[in-house]
Write a protein that binds this ligand. Structure first.
Ligand code: NAP
Ligand code: MG
Length: 498
C-alpha cells in the first residue's frame, strides 16, 4: 500500500471530495510508485477558496514584517530539508540531484529575498502642490490568489509566487502540476510548520481541467499567477480578461544562443551543452537554438557534438548522471514527433535522435541528447517550443543576421550572445527582443533578485522575482492627507496662488 497525500484546506489535510487518488510515478523507473495524491475537483476548489477568503481577513492585517518572519522561517526549514526534498523531486520528475538541489536552493533564496520586502515594500512619498497637505502611495494586498504551476521547477516556481504573495498580504490556493504533487506537498508542509495560519495557504491537487480551470475562474479569486504553456495561458487570460481579473502569465520560450566569430568557442560550447541539455531541455529558458557565425560554425559543431556524445544519461538519483529522463510519456512523444518533423523538413541529425536502448533505460522515459544542423530559421524545429533535449544549430553571416534570426520567433524569454567585442555585446543587449539577455553565459541561470519573464508570446507583460514581482501581488493606493483645515482644490487653488 503506498502512501496517500491529501489536500491542505483551511489548515487541515483532507482527502478530495471525489474520494479518488491519482498515481505519481518515477519517470526514470515506471515501476516505482512515488505515492497517491488527492484527485480534486471543483468542490475542493470551492472549499479552498472559501478558506483563503476567510484567512485573508486576518492575514492582511498582520503587519508585513510579521508575515515576512514566517516566510523567513519557512526558508530556514527548507535549508534543513533541502537534501530530502531534492531526492523526492528527482524521484518524481527526473532531473538530476544537482539540479533538484538547485531548485530547492532557489526557493530558499526567494524566501530570504521576499522576507526582506516585509520591511521595505516601498511606496512613494512625494511633495504635493497645496500647503498643509501630504501625499504618499502604499502597496495593498490584492486578496485571494490562484497559483498554477508546471512540473519542471516544482519548488522554485511555486516559491517565486507564493512567498512574495504572502509577504504582500495575500492568501493563496495552490494547484501544482500533476507530475509533481509531492514537491508541492513538501513545500506547503514546510509553510504550515513555519507557522502560516489556517487558510492562508491552501493546496488542491488534481487535473488542469478539474481543478485549475474552476480555480482560475472562481469569482472570489482576485488574481491569477500562472506558469505553463502558452496555449493554457491564453485560455486563462481570456477568462481573466472577461472578469477584469489580475493575471500574470509566464509562458513558453524558444531561446537562442548567438555565437559570433570572435567568441571563446570552448566557453560557448560549455554554455550550449548546459543550456540545451540541463533538465533534459525541459526548461522554459532552455537553449533550443544555437545561431553560429559561418566562420566558426564547423569548429563549434564539432566540439559540441564531441561533448554531447559524452553526456552520461541515466536516473537522476545515480551519482555521475548528467542528464535524466523526460518527465512523462507525453513529453517523450512530443520530442520524438519534433525529431521526425526536423528530418522531414530536411535538417541533418548529427547526434542522438533515438531512445537509448537496453537495460535500465527500458523502464523510464529516456531520450538521447540530440543535435540538428542545416536548420533554416523557418523550420518548425527552429520556431516551436520542443521542451526536450533537442538543439538546432543555425548559421549566420553577421551580428545583424544573427539578431534577426534570434528575434524571428513568436517567443521572447531568454537569450545569450558569446563575443569578446563589447560594442557588439551592447548592440545585442539593445536589439534582442527578450526579457533576459546573457553575455558570455548560457540562456539558463537566472537569479532571484532580478526580474524574470519575457516578451511577445512568453507572457502578458508581468515579471516575477526581484522587486518587480511586488507589482503582481499588490494594488497601489494613493493617500492624500489635508491638514490645512479648509477645502483646498488641486489644480485650481494652487494655480491662483502662483
Ligand atoms: P501546462 O500544460 O500549461 O500546465 C501548467 C499547469 O497548468 C499545470 O499545473 C496544469 O495542470 C495546469 N493546467 C492545465 N490545463 C489547465 C487549464 N485548462 N486551466 C488551468 N490550469 C490548467 O504546462 P506544462 O506542460 O506543465 O509545462 C511546460 C510549459 O511551461 C512549457 O511551455 C514551458 O515553456 C512553460 N514554462 C514557462 C516558464 C516561464 O517562467 N516562462 C517556466 C517553466 C515552464 P496538470 O499538470 O494537472 O495538467
Ligand atoms: Mg512523477
Amino acid at each position: 500500500m503506498s502512501e496517500k497525500y491529501m489536500n491542505f484546506i483551511g489548515g487541515e489535510w483532507v482527502a478530495a471530495s471525489t474520494g479518488k487518488w491519482f498515481e505519481n510515478r518515477n519517470p526514470a523507473d515506471r515501476t516505482d510508485l512515488v505515492g497517491l495524491f488527492a484527485d480534486g475537483d471543483a468542490r475542493d476548489v470551492e472549499a479552498a477558496v472559501a478558506a483563503a477568503a476567510r484567512g485573508f481577513e486576518t492575514w492582511r492585517l498582520l503587519p508585513a514584517p510579521k508575515r515576512a518572519e514566517i516566510v523567513l522561517r519557512a526558508g530556514e526549514r527548507l535549508v534543513e530539508r533541502k537534501e530530502a526534498f531534492a531526492r523526492d523531486m528527482t524521484r518524481e520528475m527526473g532531473k538530476i540531484l544537482d539540479e533538484t538541489r538547485g531548485d530547492v536552493q532557489e526557493a530558499i533564496d526567494t524566501a530570504f529575498y521576499a522576507a526582506g520586502e516585509g520591511r521595505r515594500m516601498f511606496g512613494d512619498t512625494v511633495p504635493v502642490e497645496l500647503p498643509d497637505k501630504f501625499g504618499m502611495s502604499v502597496r495593498c494586498p490584492v486578496g485571494v490568489f490562484a497559483i498554477v504551476t508546471p512540473w519542471n521547477f516544482p519548488m522554485a516556481i511555486p516559491s517565486w509566487k507564493i512567498f512574495p504573495a504572502l509577504v504582500c498580504g495575500n492568501t493563496v490556493v495552490f494547484k501544482p502540476a500533476s507530475d509533481t504533487p509531492l514537491s508541492a506537498v513538501n513545500f506547503v508542509r514546510t509553510l504550515a510548520d513555519a507557522g502560516v495560519p489556517p487558510g492562508v495557504v491552501n493546496l488542491v491537487t488534481g487535473g488542469g481541467r478539474a481543478v485549475g480551470s474552476p480555480l482560475v475562474e472562481h469569482p472570489r479569486v482576485r488574481g491569477v499567477s500562472f506558469t505553463g504553456s502558452t496555449e493554457v495561458g491564453r485560455t486563462i487570460a481570456e477568462g481573466a480578461g472577461k472578469r477584469l481579473k489580475r493575471c500574470s502569465l509566464e509562458l513558453g520560450g524558444k531561446n537562442a544562443q548567438l555565437v559570433l566569430e570572435d567568441a571563446d568557442l570552448d566557453l560557448a560550447v560549455d554554455g550550449a551543452v548546459w543550456g540545451a541539455f540541463a533538465t533534459a531541455g525541459q526548461r522554459c529558458t532552455a537553449t533550443s537554438r544555437a545561431i553560429v557565425h559561418e566562420r566558426v560554425i564547423s569548429t563549434f559543431t564539432e566540439r559540441l557534438v564531441a561533448r554531447v556524445e559524452r553526456l552520461k544519461l541515466g536516473p537522476g538519483l545515480d551519482p555521475g548522471t548528467e542528464m535524466g529522463p523526460l518527465v512523462n510519456e507525453g513529453q517523450l512523444k512530443t520530442v520524438e514527433h519534433y525529431v521526425r518533423v526536423g528530418l522531414d523538413e530536411g535538417a541533418t541529425r548529427i547526434t542522438g535522435g533515438e531512445r537509448p536502448g537496453g537495460g535500465a533505460f527500458e523502464k523510464g522515459w529516456f531520450y538521447e541528447p540530440t543535435v540538428f544542423t542545416n536548420v533554416r530559421p523557418d523550420m518548425r524545429i527552429a520556431q516551436e517550443e520542443i521542451f526536450g533535449p533537442v538543439l538546432s544549430v543555425l548559421r549566420c553571416g553577421s551580428l545583424e543576421e544573427g539578431l534577426a534570426i534570434l528575434n524571428g520567433t513568436a517567443y521572447g524569454l531568454s537569450s545569450s550572445i558569446y563575443t569578446r567585442d563589447v560594442s557588439k555585446a551592447f548592440r545585442a543587449v539593445r536589439e534582442i527582443e527578450a526579457g533576459i539577455v546573457y553575455v558570455n553565459g548560457p540562456t539558463i541561470g537566472a537569479e532571484v533578485q532580478l526580474p524574470f519573464g519575457g516578451v511577445k508570446d512568453t507572457g502578458n507583460g508581468h515579471r516575477e522575482a526581484g522587486r518587480a514581482v511586488l507589482d503582481v501581488f499588490t494594488e497601489w493606493k494613493s493617500v492624500y492627507v489635508d491638514y490645512s483645515g479648509r477645502l483646498q482644490r488641486a489644480q485650481i487653488d494652487s494655480r491662483k496662488e502662483a
